[in-house]
Design a protein around this ligand. Structure first.
Ligand SMILES: *[C@@H]1O[C@H](CO)[C@@H](O)[C@H](O)[C@H]1NC(C)=O
Ligand SMILES: *[C@@H]1O[C@H](CO)[C@@H](O)[C@H](O)[C@H]1NC(C)=O
Ligand SMILES: *[C@@H]1O[C@H](CO)[C@@H](O)[C@H](O)[C@H]1NC(C)=O
Ligand SMILES: *[C@@H]1O[C@H](CO)[C@@H](O)[C@H](O)[C@H]1NC(C)=O
Ligand SMILES: *[C@@H]1O[C@H](CO)[C@@H](O)[C@H](O)[C@H]1NC(C)=O
Ligand SMILES: *[C@@H]1O[C@H](CO)[C@@H](O)[C@H](O)[C@H]1NC(C)=O
Ligand SMILES: *[C@@H]1O[C@H](CO)[C@@H](O)[C@H](O)[C@H]1NC(C)=O
Ligand SMILES: *[C@@H]1O[C@H](CO)[C@@H](O)[C@H](O)[C@H]1NC(C)=O
Ligand SMILES: *[C@@H]1O[C@H](CO)[C@@H](O)[C@H](O)[C@H]1NC(C)=O
Ligand SMILES: *[C@@H]1O[C@H](CO)[C@@H](O)[C@H](O)[C@H]1NC(C)=O
Ligand SMILES: *[C@@H]1O[C@H](CO)[C@@H](O)[C@H](O)[C@H]1NC(C)=O
Length: 489
């Protein structure tokens, strides 16, 4: 097993905001006003900053023009030149006298944001407290936005942005993930889009549907845990969705309260306010719950198979590497999925920027201490049947405690009595918890005993409480010999 890998510190996230000092202004004016790597624009109430930012591995000095939250340096939510990083500090954003706004560097022009068709303009480019960088013409009343950063989203969806399509111009608004946590190139494997026909949000991986939100009905999506705040517009000109925020809420001090969705490189849409994640958290193989699409793959991948993150070591030395830096962790998982001899995968240890794949072909010996390397491992080989079923025995409500469970086990062992009740698992987060041994660590011995002695899983009271919605009457399926039986939701 790659001994060097275990010791190697591979993740160098360097987001350097060091040289910047604030201009203490939020506006660039036509006529030679410019921004270079030593200064920034700050929105009126200090919510957002526009400036040059360096992202990448230690060796990389790739510089990007970006927008980020004032005190939050981890991940700029907008990048102007994500596909064309600047290798030095020569980047300049300028609004010249003829009304052209462009990003230039030592090698010439990099991005043309806007070219004025007339010489009589009086343009201003303002970084607003919404996070939108907007170009307007004072001479034509300043009403019309000539260019908006919100129309060219990166991987983050904020209130005021749209996801969808402008039928007149053909412009689409969608998010595209970074390639890895330190590589922002728009070659990321995931996109987040609005499907106007199905009226649903869709995550695609390399153009294949990966997750869907379910239809928007009454401001809610079936697979999104949030029951308000969506506006969808559909007419001859446009089809889009946006977050709605009432105008009295739209004050600077509340700005950070609003949901901010980020399309992560690993395939999750994360709501940074509620901390909920949709997509890759559940969709790791053939799970079709929670909006997931089953992965296409060879027949050796049964309907039970999926990837799980596990710590341990592979018990033989057979592995192979693909150092292609266009491959993200999700691409690696997909390649592994399609090769019946592959059992696990990681990006760790290849390229410094967490791209490229290492594939493993043996069995993983788990590390109970939790200090070994982590891998995505294909689990659940032993199955048939379409839906996932778990066998759980529950004691009567009053006895569901560790003692109660121990009693049941003891009883079972003595009597060799088998009475299993079938419980359908629907919600992936509980499924994950139920299948991951280390998350049920408050009953470790019972758990092992349960697995070995009875082919029976035992879960902590807290897990079961959560999974059965605190034994809500709605989840009660019936009464059995050992007590009531609950549906795990
Ligand atoms: C940025 O511009 C200022 C003047 O606006 C100048 O003093 C400074 O040297 C420039 N910095 C770089 C890195 O070009
Ligand atoms: C940024 O941090 C400073 C100091 O920690 C704090 O006083 C200020 O309120 C923060 N600003 C925002 C917009 O959160
Ligand atoms: C542009 O507009 C600003 C304020 O709106 C005004 O002060 C300035 O004189 C105008 N410049 C030109 C060239 O019209
Ligand atoms: C849609 O595109 C047309 C043509 O470019 C433009 O006039 C219109 O303002 C756009 N609508 C929106 C909401 O951007
Ligand atoms: C829509 O949601 C509102 C507020 O939650 C509720 O009062 C109303 O009954 C819902 N309508 C439908 C058709 O579900
Ligand atoms: C929203 O932000 C304000 C100001 O920071 C805070 O007072 C309020 O409690 C927040 N609301 C929620 C729901 O978190
Ligand atoms: C690297 O992977 C990309 C995406 O799969 C592929 O298009 C490209 O040809 C590969 N490059 C090499 C050198 O194999
Ligand atoms: C699966 O991986 C093994 C080991 O690298 C390789 O020899 C084999 O050709 C792969 N099979 C397919 C179908 O790609
Ligand atoms: C891939 O990268 C690893 C680690 O840097 C190196 O040991 C290996 O030789 C590389 N493989 C190829 C085919 O370049
Ligand atoms: C990622 O790292 C590899 C090798 O370490 C390098 O070849 C590649 O250019 C890097 N990609 C980016 C976008 O920095
Ligand atoms: C786990 O920890 C124990 C005690 O610290 C140690 O003896 C054992 O070797 C460790 N096992 C692994 C797989 O690291």
């Amino acid at each position: 097993m790659l001994p060097s890998m275990a010791r190697r510190i591979y993740l160098f996230l360097l987001v350097c905001f060091c040289a910047s000092h604030a201009l203490a202004a939020d506006t660039l004016y036509q006529g030679g006003d410019s921004l270079n790597s030593s200064n920034t624009l700050v929105s009126k109430n200090k919510i957002f900053i526009l400036g040059f930012v360096r992202i990448g591995s230690v060796e990389s000095s790739a510089s990007y023009l970006g927008i980020w939250y004032y005190n939050e340096t981890s991940h700029p939510f907008w990048l102007a030149n994500r596909d064309k990083p600047i290798a030095d500090n020569s980047g300049v954003l300028a609004l010249d006298g003829s009304g052209n706004m462009k990003l230039t560097y030592s090698g010439g022009d990099l991005v043309d944001f806007y070219s004025s068709p007339s010489s009589t303009t009086n343009l201003t480019a303002v970084l607003e407290d919404s996070g939108n960088f907007v170009l307007r013409d004072k001479n034509s009343g300043g009403q019309q936005d000539l260019w908006r950063s919100f129309d060219d989203p990166t991987d983050t969806f904020l209130p005021g942005m749209k996801l969808g399509i402008n039928h007149t111009s053909g412009q689409t608004w969608s998010l595209m993930s970074w390639l890895s946590d330190v590589v922002p190139t728009p070659a990321g494997p995931f996109t987040f889009e609005w499907d106007p026909k199905g009226k649903e949000l869709v995550i695609k991986r390399r153009d294949v549907i990966y997750w869907t939100s379910g239809h928007l009905t009454n401001s809610t999506f079936e697979n999104i845990d949030r029951n308000t705040g969506f506006l969808s517009v559909s007419n001859a000109d446009e089809d889009y969705i946006m977050f709605t925020v009432s105008s009295n809420q739209f004050t600077p001090q509340y700005q950070r309260n609003f949901s901010r969705w980020q399309m992560k490189y690993d395939g999750n849409i994360v709501d940074d306010f509620t901390k909920q994640a949709y997509g890759a958290t559940s969709c790791k193989g053939n799970n079709a719950d929670a909006g997931c699409e089953k992965w296409s793959g060879p027949a050796c991948r049964s309907s039970m198979n999926s990837f799980e993150m596990r710590r341990g070591s592979f018990d033989n030395t057979v592995f192979s590497m693909d150092n292609n830096s266009s491959l993200s962790i999700s691409d690696c998982m997909d390649i592994c999925w399609k090769n019946c001899s592959c059992s696990g995968v990681t990006t760790t240890g290849n390229n410094d920027n967490n791209t490229g794949c290492t594939f493993f072909y043996g069995n993983l010996t788990p590390d109970p201490n939790g200090s070994a390397d982590q891998y995505y491992v294909i689990v659940g080989q032993v199955s048939s049947g379409k839906r996932y079923w778990l066998l759980i025995i529950l004691a009567p409500v009053g006895f569901v405690s560790m003692m109660g469970l121990a009693g049941v086990l003891w009883y079972l062992r003595r009597r060799r009595h088998r009475a299993y009740f079938i419980i359908s698992i629907r919600a992936e987060k509980y499924l994950n918890e139920l299948l991951t041994l280390d998350s049920t660590n408050d009953t470790p011995e019972l758990e092992n005993d349960g697995n070995k002695g009875h082919n029976l899983k035992v879960y902590s009271a807290a897990t079961i409480m959560a999974a059965t919605n605190s034994f809500s009457a709605d989840n009660k399926l019936g009464q059995g010999g050992f007590g009531p039986v609950y549906k795990v939701v």
